[in-house]
Design a protein around this ligand. Structure first.
Ligand SMILES: [Zn+2]
Ligand SMILES: [Zn+2]
Length: 898
């Protein structure tokens, strides 16, 4: 990976060389000297590493040597039991143990899921990263989700889609925290004394760690033993914007692969056999799959070499060839399927518990893929199990370490049921598509697979199974990788951008947060109709709330935006304001009030959705305008009428009983501690300080609290008025949109409804309050007419048909052309009646509008007749229409009209 800044290139390879050249400074620590670790260069990969074993020639990377910690009889240990050993070690060494953050990374705009423990403490403001931490140093049992290794899961023995990165973090060195010597000292002590790693088997490999954009980076030491990477110790000591700079506040970022530690300790054949033991036993017991550890042992140790994401699937073939094909299919494959199912279920438990849902968009897409992969595997391997039983086993195992994990089982069960129905429906319609692909021998490129999944929900495994039924071999298992979404999100904003350079302008004083609606301000910059002021009363578009409008020195405003903390005003017309001139700014108060009513109501609806639908109902987006607003809520099904009523009722009850809205600026960590992660609705807020909008009832009980930069009805709560939901719809799989009106906009809405009814009552000549009665009455009459019409028109068609045939009996032409003044539908019915009941006829009917219908029961083609012969008969015309040999229709257009 490269990054380019100001013409200067920076890449990992160069950094590796730079650190390596000065290894004493970057990698050497006291412990190495003290314990006799020497620096060597790996004979295989040429990386530098540290070892106390004079005979060792390779660095110890997994690809160089088999797992050699696997025991004949593995040690039984519970996940939480081993966590206590781990966390106690660090507690004794003065670390605070804190709770994990959610796996759904709501506080970040650029990531769906938490992928590393350090993410919990990173804050980004004005494109600059800083750290905020509840304790220093600390340990966090952070569950991370990573989908890029999915093809290795269940196969390599060590890969997982969710894992605990036990984060060991020390911040702000040298003012606080600690640095390399102490980090490696702790590392060594834990590995040697607690994990019982043999000193001679322990290696530290030198490497470089960097953020994707190289904004921060530093050297790192990876600890390996017996073919397994156990922990990576990163020393973040540099930043890079235009040039490399040493950080004043350095960070120790150690990621312990907790599942790998416990696996190493237990010595079972795969990581799954240690951490999913109970869950696997449940599958084996229910299905009769008999795990054969002796047969598996032929590949267990050598699996260290497997890494399918690195494109070395040949390695897999070599290893699988060590087992005879029958054993591979009958023993190993069902075991691997069980490993994958247990892994994926644990990931779904973590993700859904933290509010993610399987869907076709964003991070939910990855969850649907892994759930469908579970369904596929169950089907192919005849695994008939209750998935919720496994979920229950996990939440029981982990309930002390991850509080609340056992509170979502009902919801997960509902979600799985619905997903299963969708999966089955998809499969039915998919069969057809796949059969065509297979029959036509179309090539299945990753792109094609992606389209098949995205538009038809067809997974690669499913294609495989259909192919197998037809005895066709296509192996596309690995392609799951291609289907998954990248961890990083590129959010696109749909703001109407105003083009002006603001880099030379101080940030604008925000008077709208003081709820001012009038002020005098000074012009700082002007470009045609765009002006920048020293302070502004106008709220710029943001957080889904439209901007304030109003006037500046009497000239109307069109649009207000914020660019890097500078507020930019676009006026209706060009102005001749001078720099430093004072201008009078006046906000349109009614508009402001309407926007605020919609925004405060949005928070109430968002909260009511979580009450009515469940904890998974997160706000995914919202828009608040003058006349209406909408909020997008994640939910796995279409909202029912009852749910909508209940949401509406909940919100209005709060308003009728009285609410108080207040705003408080809080440190992010304090806000999270007080209100939880539900403060992040709709969008991430990476800043350190948060503006928390609290809605309380009159007894000061909190109804809702959200981090929000919008304007709210603080101290004027009564203006929210009635909230009326006017429409709901499923805009995506997993996302429901609720459209609503509040306050004056609600009044507008009802006035419009009333007007419509009034107009209708006049149109049908009924009293206003009897409109419904009259409509029903007239509709019933209409139905009666229609029934009669259909009976009569059938007779009429027969009669006209006979008449036409009789009239044309004497003619010696091989076609009939008649003009009849009926609409095209009736013409078509007559033509069909004639051609279906009489052989050897070609008939053309047309009307005054030159609608043409032609039918044929002779050997003449209808479409050819119209296109060739008819146009000779009716001159100067062109046929605009189409059809077949038997029937065609369209319109004649005359040349003079062309
Ligand atoms: Zn090596
Ligand atoms: Zn808000």
């Amino acid at each position: 990976m490269n990054a380019k800044f100001g013409g200067q290139m920076i890449n990992k390879e160069d950094l590796r060389k730079k650190f390596s050249k000065d290894y004493k400074k970057y990698y050497s620590v006291e412990l190495f000297k003290e314990k006799g670790f020497e620096r060597k260069q790996c004979k295989i990969c040429k990386k530098y590493f540290w070892t106390s074993n004079p005979d060792r020639e390779s660095c110890g990377d997994s690809s160089h040597e088999p797992y050699s910690f696997i025991k004949n009889k593995s040690i039984n240990i519970e996940y939480e039991e081993f966590w206590n050993i781990f966390s106690n070690f660090f507690k004794e060494n003065n670390h605070s143990i804190i709770d994990k953050y959610p796996v759904v990374s709501r506080w970040r705009n650029d990531l769906y899921y938490t992928i590393a423990s350090i993410q919990d403490f990173q804050r980004i403001e004005n494109n600059k990263m800083s750290f905020e931490y509840p304790a220093n140093p600390l340990i966090v049992p952070q569950i991370c989700l990573r989908f890029n290794d999915i093809s290795n899961v269940g196969i390599s023995g060590r890969h997982l889609t969710s894992f605990m990165m036990a984060g060991q973090h020390a911040f702000n060195y040298p003012n606080q925290g600690y640095w390399k010597d102490k980090t490696i000292q702790l590392n060594y002590d834990f590995l040697i004394n607690k994990l019982k790693v043999n000193k001679n088997d322990l290696t530290y490999i030198e490497d470089v760690w960097a953020m994707g954009d190289f904004s921060e980076f530093g050297p790192c030491l990876e600890s390996f033993s017996n073919g397994l990477e156990l922990v990576n110790s990163v020393f973040t000591e540099f930043e890079y914007t235009n040039q490399i700079k040493e950080l004043n506040s350095k960070v120790v970022d150690v990621g312990w692969g907790f599942e790998r530690l416990i696996w190493f300790h237990s010595g079972s054949q795969t990581i799954y056999d240690t951490i999913f033991k109970k869950q696997l036993n449940y599958i084996y017991k229910q299905t009769g799959i008999k795990p054969d550890y002796e047969k598996y042992s032929k590949i267990a140790a050598l699996s260290s070499n497997i890494d399918l994401t690195e494109n070395n699937s040949k390695q897999l073939d070599i290893i699988m060839n060590l087992i005879d094909k029958k054993d591979y299919n009958e023993v190993i494959k069902p075991m691997q399927a069980s490993y994958i199912i247990t892994d994926h279920l644990r990931t779904l438990l973590f993700a859904i518990s933290d509010g993610a849902l399987p869907s076709n968009i964003g991070g939910g897409y990855n969850l649907r893929i892994i759930l469908r992969r579970i369904f596929d595997l169950m089907e192919i391997n005849n695994i008939d199990i209750d998935l919720i039983k496994i979920i229950e086993l996990y939440s029981k195992d982990l309930k002390n370490l991850f509080k609340g994990l056992n509170q979502n089982i009902d919801e997960i069960s509902k979600i799985f049921d619905i997903e299963k129905i969708r999966y089955n429906n998809t499969k039915k319609s998919a069969l057809k598509i796949i059969n065509t692909i297979i029959d036509k021998k179309q090539k299945l490129s990753p792109l094609k697979l992606k389209t098949l999944y995205e538009s038809n929900g067809i997974t690669p495994k499913f294609i495989n199974s259909v192919a197998k039924q037809k005895n066709i071999e296509i192996d596309i298992d690995e392609s799951y990788l291609e289907l998954l979404k990248n961890d990083f999100i590129k959010k696109t904003k749909h703001k109407i951008q105003i083009n002006i350079n603001v880099s030379d302008i101080q940030k604008t004083e925000k008077l709208y947060y003081l709820f001012k609606t009038e002020a005098e301000a000074k012009i700082l910059k002007k470009d045609k109709n765009i002006i920048i002021l020293d302070k502004s009363v106008f709220y710029p578009e943001g957080g889904g709330q439209e901007s304030d409008l109003g006037t500046i020195d009497g000239i109307k405003l069109k649009n207000v935006q914020i660019i890097n903390n500078v507020i930019v005003h676009e006026l209706d017309q060009e102005v001749d304001f001078k720099i430093n001139q004072k201008v009078k700014c006046i906000v349109n108060k009614e508009r402001r009030l309407r926007l605020m009513a919609h925004h405060t109501a949005t928070h109430l609806i968002s909260n009511a959705c979580r009450q009515v639908l469940g904890k998974h109902a997160w706000q995914e987006g919202s828009v608040k305008t003058y006349s209406k607003a909408h909020i997008d809520i994640s939910h796995y099904k279409k909202l029912t009428e009852e749910q909508v009523k209940e949401i509406e009722q909940t919100v209005n009850n709060h308003i009728i009983n009285g609410i108080k809205v207040s705003m408080e600026e809080l440190e992010r960590k304090d806000a999270e501690a007080r209100f939880g992660f539900t403060i992040y609705q709709g969008h991430g807020v990476p800043a350190k300080k948060l503006r928390i909008i609290e809605i309380k009832d009159l007894n000061n009980n909190i109804i809702d609290a959200e981090a929000c930069g919008g304007l709210h009805l603080i101290n004027s709560e009564s203006s929210i008025g009635l909230v009326k939901i006017i429409k709901t719809m499923r805009i995506h799989d997993g996302i429901n949109r609720i459209e609503f009106v509040a306050g004056l906009a609600a009044l507008d809405y009802f006035n419009e409804l009333q007007n419509n009814i009034k107009n209708m009552s006049e149109a049908i000549n009924a009293d206003f309050d009897k409109v419904m009665q009259k409509v029903i009455q007239q509709f019933n009459e209409f139905q009666e007419y229609r029934k009669n019409y259909e009976i009569i028109s059938k007779d009429l068609i027969k009669y006209i048909s006979l008449d036409i045939l009789n009239k044309n009996k004497q003619l010696h032409q091989n076609y009939i052309i008649e003009k009849l003044n009926y609409n095209r539908k009736l013409l078509r019915n007559i033509v069909l009646n004639i051609t279906e009941n009489n052989k050897g006829v070609l008939i053309v009917l047309y009307n005054d509008d030159f609608d043409v219908v032609c039918g044929s029961s002779s050997d003449q083609s209808a479409i050819n007749f119209v296109k060739l012969d008819l146009l000779k008969i009716i001159k100067n015309s062109v046929f605009n229409g189409g059809g077949s040999e038997k029937i065609c229709e369209g319109k004649l257009i005359f040349n003079n009209k062309l």
